[in-house]
Design a protein around this ligand. Structure first.
Ligand code: SF4
Length: 282
């Protein structure tokens, strides 16, 4: 059996930064994260044991003791930041610098009167947060089917950004279709290279692998995308959260096992999986 581990598997720069901020703040009185700090149940549970509570809604702040809120790497809207401050909570901003860059673009371009186009999943917290920095109308596009001529006005100006974790090929298709309408649109490249590199490496590994393991939270959008990308190349692709989901008897001596992991998967979970896959050989 051969194991190929992706070099890009695990925490990305932004998640690592946010996690370091939580670790630094541990021990502070009344510590909260605004939404789960990362899309990884195990990590969130470990922090809960250390006293870090998850706040899901601004309204919840009225019923908890004053303290410090950590903003996760996805970021939040401008209004939420103001509301948290108004309620006299301290803020530790764990927004990834790449997401912050999008907030700035959207804030500045919408101030100039441009309609904002966001390529991304409308339900994803990062997209919801980005929307919250626009002072103009916002159009969210997730699929090429949604790119319709009647949505756009040649008299208007547009600014396009993408969710950092969006599939870059899909984004390209959306942009190509949009450009055919000859509207005035300023396009900013905002897909994170960490995502692109992880996806490209996943394609290469899953082409060679007989079986592919994708490790990451069930609700992590970048892990789900990785799974889809790998599954398109390697029929026997398994999405697992931890070693507990691993079905060991599906692996044989002749297998080439590819392993990759989403941006919110801690190193120790990846190592446990590798160790257990190796044990199947013993
Ligand atoms: S994927 Fe990229 S943009 Fe998103 S948190 Fe990680 S480094 Fe930041």
């Amino acid at each position: 059996m051969k194991i190929i581990l992706a070099k890009t598997a695990g925490f990305c720069f932004g998640v690592d930064k946010a996690i370091q901020k939580v670790n630094k703040a541990l021990g502070a009185k009344n510590l909260y994260t605004y939404g789960p700090i990362i899309h990884n149940r195990q990590v969130v549970e470990e922090y809960e044991k250390k006293g870090v509570k998850v706040i899901d809604d601004i309204k919840q702040l009225d019923s908890v003791e004053k303290g410090t809120i950590i903003i996760r790497s996805h970021g939040v809207g401008k209004q939420e930041i103001a509301q948290i401050k108004n309620k006299k909570f301290d803020i530790i901003d764990g927004t990834c610098p790449y997401v912050k860059r999008i907030h700035k673009i959207v804030e500045q371009e919408s101030k100039k009167g441009k309609t904002i186009i966001i390529v991304g999943n409308p339900k994803h917290p990062e997209v919801v947060g980005i929307m919250g920095w626009s002072s103009m109308d916002t159009i969210i596009i997730e699929d090429t089917k949604q790119v319709k001529k009647e949505l756009f006005d040649r008299d208007k100006e547009y600014c396009l950004v993408a969710q950092t974790t969006f599939n870059y090929l899909k984004c390209k298709e959306i942009v190509n279709k949009l450009q055919k309408f000859e509207i005035r649109v300023m396009i900013y490249e905002t897909i994170c290279s960490a995502t692109e590199e992880r996806q490209l490496e996943a394609v290469e590994i899953s082409k060679k692998a007989t079986k592919m393991i994708v490790i990451g939270g069930r609700h992590s959008s970048n892990t789900q995308k990785l799974y889809q990308i790998c599954k398109a190349q390697c029929e026997n692709t398994y999405h697992i959260e931890t070693v507990k989901d691993l079905v060991l008897n599906v692996f044989s001596d002749n297998d080439i096992i590819g392993i990759t992991a989403g941006a919110s998967t801690p190193k120790h979970i990846i190592e446990e999986v590798i160790l257990n896959v190796r044990r199947t050989k013993l």
